[in-house]
Design a protein around this ligand. Structure first.
Ligand SMILES: [Zn+2]
Length: 326
């Protein structure tokens, strides 16, 4: 369940099945080396989509009313004027600033912050400055002890998922550290101290969600708000893209009995303390809604828990492979 520090909650529609972002079709110079023409809109620096197309050498830019599509043979980015939502290679993201347009100007505009801290790390994870290889994964099972989390059951399921994820990661050769082993209450500050005591690490905080609307369901992944400058922000976004897209792809694969299908609620930005105080690339996964009857039944199903843990581990591995290709 989300803390009150959540920066913004935006309603998202259900989206297409996510695709993994495995390759990196966009080579080219560093962002700083391009002659961007910055335009102030509502006191925020923006760049035109025409320049974005040129910089990444997209083959096509199509504007149809409010929607803008940039595409090549194997990648696409979709935006909508006036909206914080966008989709990159069919994964949903929430921008820090909405897409804008100007009178008598056919181009749409993307904020310079979203260009640098969202679009670039997702399209070109190998270019992230300071992104380091890692051998340790800090797994944070949210809540515990007196703090039972969403519907009184969240803390129980985050610990089950954490232990399954630990086993999957260790099979792949990662070191793992759990911020809690049992049903105990660990203050947030202690969780961050445990994480920061390790080097060459990334962190994933595991949660399940609750909503007053019982129909709400699906996966959300949070990274730190780009408005708070932090060295690991850009690698956190690339890690989020790798894990989130793999979870959607694997859960939406057909299975023999029934289905584990889930909804993409997007990669979002927040100011949770665990995100802001951890020195490592950190993501916060809300792996479904316990207040949705069908999703709660899946979260309680050991086969689903195992599938989810294995998908998260595969996403983490995909991110590591990207770093090794640098
Ligand atoms: Zn939670």
């Amino acid at each position: 369940m989300k803390s009150l520090l959540l920066l913004m909650i935006l309603a998202m529609p259900q989206s297409a099945i996510a695709q993994a972002i495995d390759n990196e079709p966009f080579a080219g110079p560093k962002i700083e080396q391009f002659p961007w023409k910055l335009v102030k809109i509502s006191k925020v620096d923006y760049v035109s989509m025409v320049q974005v197309e040129q910089f990444y050498r997209f083959d096509k830019i199509q504007r149809d009313g409010k929607s803008v599509l940039l595409s090549t043979n194997d990648a696409e980015a979709r935006f909508e004027v006036g909206s914080h939502r966008c989709s990159i290679n069919k994964v949903q993201f929430i921008l820090s600033h909405p897409i804008q347009s100007r009178i008598n100007d056919p181009s749409a505009y993307l904020s310079a912050l979203d260009l640098k801290d969202l679009l670039d790390p997702v399209l070109r994870p190998k270019h992230i400055q300071g992104a380091k290889n890692f051998n340790t994964v800090i797994i944070d099972p949210g809540h515990g002890g007196k703090d039972k989390g969403a519907t009184g059951l969240e803390s129980q399921y985050t610990l089950i998922l954490a232990k399954l994820l630990k086993a999957e990661l260790e099979k792949k050769g990662f070191r793992t550290v759990l911020t809690r082993q049992g049903n105990v209450s660990i203050p947030l500050g202690d969780r961050v101290r445990i994480a920061n005591a390790h080097d060459n690490a990334i962190m994933i905080s595991l949660h399940f969600n609750a909503s007053p609307k019982p129909q709400v369901n699906g996966m959300e992944t949070y990274t730190m708000s780009a408005r708070v400058p932090r060295p690991a922000n850009r690698s956190s976004v690339a890690l989020a893209a790798a894990v989130h897209s793999r979870v959607l792809l694997d859960l939406n694969q057909p299975i023999p009995d029934g289905d584990f299908n889930t909804t993409d609620r997007g990669i979002r930005r927040a100011r949770f303390n665990i995100l802001s105080e951890c020195k490592h690339p950190t993501i916060y996964l809300e792996a479904g809604y316990l207040t949705n009857k069908a999703e709660a039944a899946k979260i309680k199903n050991p086969a689903y828990q195992q599938r989810l843990a294995s998908a998260i581990a595969r996403g983490i591995e995909a991110y590591q492979v990207t770093l090794q290709k640098k």
